[in-house]
Design a binder for this molecule. Structure first.
Ligand code: FES
Length: 84
């Protein structure tokens, strides 16, 4: 998932992933507090490109519930650990 990619590449947790395989996605916080079990919202990401966002699978109810708790929620927010 996207969180794994970010961690595997030792990416800064804030700022754009412009050098990564996901140039349209920004991480907004220190992700991974719950280990990717959809229980913390610290892996919140904002997808800059609406076309990219539209191509993603729909978030689950659990993801939506956690997103509601995320700081700075946007129309194109996702949880990085839930994006495949
Ligand atoms: Fe906790 Fe994604 S790492 S919800």
């Amino acid at each position: 998932n996207l969180l794994d990619i970010a961690q595997a590449n030792d990416l800064e947790m804030e700022g754009e992933l412009s050098q990564s395989r996901a140039p349209d996605i920004k991480l907004t916080s220190h992700p991974g507090a719950c280990g990717g079990s959809c229980a913390c919202s610290t892996c919140h990401v904002i997808v800059d490109d609406p076309d990219t966002f539209d191509k993603m699978e729909e978030p689950s109810d659990d993801e939506n519930d956690m997103l509601d708790l995320a700081f700075g929620l946007t129309e194109t927010s996702r949880l990085g650990c839930q994006v495949l």
